[in-house]
Design a protein around this ligand. Structure first.
Ligand SMILES: *Cc1c(COP(=O)(O)O)cnc(C)c1O
Length: 391
């Protein structure tokens, strides 16, 4: 046998070797193998508005976006994004210099972190982390510093945040509404973040993809706080809001110098993406208020359906203020380890969920927590609840 190519050195570089494959691949494979209801990965099981799907078809037929669209995104979409920020939050962004379209929020996160960080910079991020944050920080050669959200209420601890800042801190990476805990940062928490960011001259990247799924009160973008617009990169995406997660249309809004830096990175990642879908999402963003209100009300009802079912099945339920996930604690069921529980659950009762501990550096903080997605048809949620009732 010949020696492996490249000698004995591992193929995957040291920065990423620790990450392995994501929990979603493992759990979705389990769901398929066992025919289970998949409440693991967060994607809707119903497509978004038919007229928006039609708009995408029309764009393809009309030859809009079939060839490389402009690097910053098609002008119609950049304008629609700027209008959305004004309509919902009173924020004004110049569509030509302050908006950048990306391949989903995922690319926006990667491009922002790769653009804004030098190796050795410290990034403070809310833990449990969204899947890609730790890997993107590692790709940038930077150092992640967790700010742990702890059960039962998963609040941001402003004193712990202040204590986490060092002379090497460059950036705060926030997510509100927060996946997986469902926490929505309060005005007081946002104000504490803003005060510290201004005092220590930090950049902030804020992932707000669930901006239209806030159940109590309404979403407050961090960029809307005094002194924050100039230091904040706001990320959002069409995937969650319009139930087209496969289209991968995301964006950032930020001041020109920050957009320019992120664009410099983005141009060498995907260059451009999703041409015809960009045109369709421009139409989606302009949907009337009734669309956004119905979307929120539907998901609020789904949240309560699943939360009540999980409580009846014996879980401790942390009812989320936003997102489409519910975090539970399995301790009342006599269980301790969410990972073992989730691996066994498909054979025990035909349902798949995600163990939160994989999103923590401090695994003990998330050990008994399990996350359930409720962005599913009501009959699917009802069947899942019936199955969980047999536990
Ligand atoms: C789903 C999700 C993303 C990724 O969004 P895409 O537009 O699909 O790339 C980013 N951040 C959070 C918190 C998410 O839940």
């Amino acid at each position: 046998m010949s020696a492996p190519a490249g000698g004995s050195r591992p193929f995957l570089n040291r920065r990423l070797a620790a990450f392995g494959t994501t929990i979603f691949a493992e759990m979705s494979a389990l769901a398929t193998a066992t025919g289970s209801i998949n409440l693991g990965q967060g994607f809707p099981d119903t497509d978004g508005p038919a007229e928006i799907a039609e708009a995408a078809v029309r764009a393809i037929r009309d030859g809009r976006g079939n060839q490389y669209p402009p690097g910053p995104g098609v002008p119609e979409l950049r304008l629609a994004i700027a209008e959305h920020q004004r309509r919902f939050y009173g924020l004004s962004y110049d569509p030509d210099t302050e908006v950048l379209v990306t391949a989903g929020a995922t690319e926006a996160i990667a491009a922002a972190l790769l653009a804004l960080l030098e190796p050795g910079d410290e990034v403070i991020a809310l833990e449990p982390y969204y899947d890609s944050y730790a890997a993107c920080i590692a790709m940038a050669g930077a150092v992640r510093v967790p700010l742990t959200l702890r059960a039962p209420d998963f609040r941001l601890d402003a004193d712990a945040l202040r204590a986490a800042v060092t002379p090497r801190t460059r950036l705060l990476l926030l997510n509100t509404p927060h996946n997986p805990t469902g926490t929505v940062l309060t005005p007081a928490e946002l104000a504490a973040v803003a005060e510290l960011a201004i005092e220590r001259d930090l950049l902030v990247v804020t992932d707000e993809v669930y901006e239209h799924l806030v159940f109590d009160g309404s979403h407050v973008p961090l960029a809307s706080l005094p002194g924050m617009r100039e230091r904040t990169v706001t990320i959002s995406s069409a995937g969650k809001t319009f139930s087209f997660t496969g289209w991968k249309v995301g964006w950032i809004t930020a001041p020109p110098a920050l957009v320019s830096a992120v664009r410099s990175t983005k141009q060498f990642l995907t260059y451009v993406s999703s041409g015809p879908f960009q045109h369709a999402i421009a139409e989606a963003l302009a949907l009337p208020d009734s669309f956004y209100e119905t979307f929120r009300a539907d998901h609020l009802a789904k949240r309560d359906l699943l939360a009540d079912g999980l409580a009846a099945a014996g879980f401790e339920v942390f009812r989320p203020q936003g997102t489409y996930f519910i975090t539970t604690d399995i301790t009342p069921l006599g269980e301790k380890d969410g990972l073992a529980f989730c691996r066994a659950l498909p054979t025990r009762c035909g349902v798949v969920a995600i163990p939160n501990q994989v999103f923590y550096d401090d695994r003990s903080a998330g050990a008994p927590q399990v996350r359930w997605a409720f962005c599913k048809r009501d009959e699917v949620l009802r069947e899942a609840v019936a199955r969980l009732g047999r536990l």
